[in-house]
Design a protein around this ligand. Structure first.
Ligand code: FES
Length: 118
């Protein structure tokens, strides 16, 4: 069986309303992950690309958060309407979407005060 080419980890963590960190899945619907799954199925990429449900990726303030491995591409602020172009541009064409990319220097930083998150 061929290797997977990408795993798309989609944060589906849910926190109570009012939590200071927010969360990527406030209504608990996992709509973003379901959208990735549907788009992969539509393009018959399912055998080699997986959209996995993830717990908190610890980039909550930058979410909704998605990370793609093994390419190690972090996207933040991902909306449902971004999913088709992530599949087309990043998964299929291998291009990073700069408008969604979380820069390395922003990873593991608390957006509120700039300190490394714990
Ligand atoms: S809740 Fe999604 S990164 Fe923390």
């Amino acid at each position: 069986m061929p290797k997977f080419t990408s795993h798309i980890f989609v944060c589906c963590n849910r926190r109570e309303p009012g939590n200071s960190r927010g969360c990527c899945n406030p209504d608990g619907s996992e709509a973003l992950r379901n959208c990735f799954k549907a788009e992969l199925k539509l393009r018959n990429l399912g055998p080699l690309v997986r959209a996995n449900k993830s717990g908190c990726l610890d980039q909550c303030e930058l979410g909704p958060t998605v990370v793609i491995y093994p390419q190690e591409i972090w996207y933040g602020g991902v909306k449902l309407e971004d999913v088709p172009r992530i599949i087309e541009e990043t998964i299929i064409a291998g291009r990073v979407l700069e408008d969604l990319r979380i820069p390395d220097e922003a990873l593991n930083r608390n957006k509120m005060d700039g300190r490394p998150s714990s």
